[in-house]
Ligand binder design. Structure first.
Ligand SMILES: *Cc1c(COP(=O)(O)O)cnc(C)c1O
Length: 396
């Protein structure tokens, strides 16, 4: 099977050749004096992607899940209350992690396909008059449903309730693909990873930590060793790492940041919107409803869509892989069998997206879906050529 086919899963994402080459480096001594020249700019430049001046960037050799654990274990104590809404597999997993750490998790059950309910957060925080809630946890982009939540609205709800809790945000499948404003949104910890918007191999958890969250570390009693912020920031400050760093990923990250800045973050976000909109036009042409309940919730990095009644989305994604060698995201959790996902983030162009739409269309027709071959592709083509200003024919 050709490895030239892109993946259409919402992470890990396609690795551009430039980044594969950047990660191809021979072992170097991380205790040599020049390690700081490699690593310090990575930490500094990541702040630009997070839109933070006050925050500290902290990385660990881990996937995003390790980032969740680091956020929680450095700032909280056993029995502390955290407030979380559950509206998909990823918010669910962060809740599970908190519970296994002995936290008291106050869960707001929210329909899958909806976003973080700012009004219900405000009500819960207002009712918490003795400030038991220490942190509010929000998944910015729920990868299971293709829903982007409004973090500014959550911050406004916390402020309206005059509540001092910290705000932790999972931006694993949004950072570097959709705008993130850590300081403006008053985010205390943002969690991300190397294998989605940064287009790298999996293995680096990337966090932005506010001064308030760093201060919370002083009284936080959950155990931590590998993920200790203090060990990491202390070592980083003198140009080092508390253990062996993932050197190849650090080189990759340096190049990834260069690529993002060369394209321009504004253009990166515009490209993600355009690709996403092309996919949404295709879904509409197929009459497959998105799981995301309304346009304000549409994610620009992943679209989850329901298959028609009587069809099994797992059979579709299996068939697309077996017959055409292309991976699409399966339905997770409540969506298993009912929806599939098209990941459209990272290293991706209009042309690549068209190939994905053409493939899933063939797979659907093979399985007798009530759709017209070419209909989704044509809808996306029409949108893309107009978005590029090439609309001469229809103007005539
Ligand atoms: C991918 C992802 C994660 C992290 O998953 P890992 O497999 O541990 O990297 C966390 N949250 C969201 C929203 C994700 O999409």
């Amino acid at each position: 099977m050709s490895d030239q086919n892109p993946v259409f899963i919402p992470g890990p994402t396609n690795i551009p050749d430039r980044l594969r080459l950047a990660m191809q480096v021979q072992t170097r001594d991380h205790r040599a004096p020049d390690f700081v020249e490699t690593f310090a700019p990575v930490l500094e430049d990541t702040k630009t992607v997070m839109n933070t001046r006050d925050g500290t960037v902290i990385t660990f050799p881990a996937s995003g899940t390790g980032g969740w654990e680091a956020a929680v274990s450095n700032t909280l104590s056993p029995g502390d209350t955290v407030l979380v809404a559950r509206y998909g597999m990823f918010s669910h997993r962060w809740i599970d992690l908190c519970q296994r750490h002995g936290l008291d998790v106050q869960i707001i059950e929210t329909p899958w396909g909806a976003g973080a309910p700012a009004d219900r957060f405000e009500a819960a925080l207002s009712a918490d008059t003795d400030h038991k809630i220490k942190a509010v946890l929000v998944t910015h982009n729920e990868t299971a449903t293709g829903v982007r939540s409004d973090i500014a609205a959550v911050r406004a709800a916390m402020d309206a309730a005059s509540h001092p809790a910290m705000l932790f945000v999972d931006a694993v499948s949004s950072l570097a693909s959709m705008e993130f404003r850590m300081d403006d949104w008053g985010v205390d910890i943002v969690v991300s990873g190397s294998q989605k918007g940064f287009m790298l191999a999996t293995g680096m958890a990337i966090l932005g930590v506010s001064p308030k969250a760093l201060a919370a570390m002083e009284g936080a009693k959950l155990p931590r060793t590998f993920f200790d912020f203090r060990d990491m920031t202390g070592a980083n400050a003198s140009g080092g790492f508390p253990y062996t760093p993932p050197l190849q990923l650090i080189y990759g990250m340096r190049e990834s940041l260069k690529m993002l800045f060369e394209e321009g973050l504004v253009n990166v976000y515009a490209r993600h919107f355009r690709l996403a909109e092309g996919v949404r036009r295709a879904a509409s042409a197929w009459s497959l409803p998105l799981v995301a309940q309304s346009p304000d919730l549409y994610s620009d990095t992943v679209s989850a869509m329901y298959v028609p009644e009587g069809f099994d989305s797992n059979a579709l994604t299996d068939h697309a892989f077996n017959a055409y060698g292309v991976s699409f995201g399966i339905g997770l959790g409540e969506m298993n069998g009912r929806a599939f996902r098209i990941g459209h983030l990272g290293s991706l162009t209009d042309v690549m997206v068209l190939s994905g739409l053409a493939t899933i269309e063939m797979a659907m027709v093979d399985l007798d879906y009530p759709i017209e071959l070419g209909s989704g592709v044509a809808a996306a083509q029409e949108y893309f050529r107009r978005a590029h200003g090439n609309s001469v024919k229809s103007a005539a």
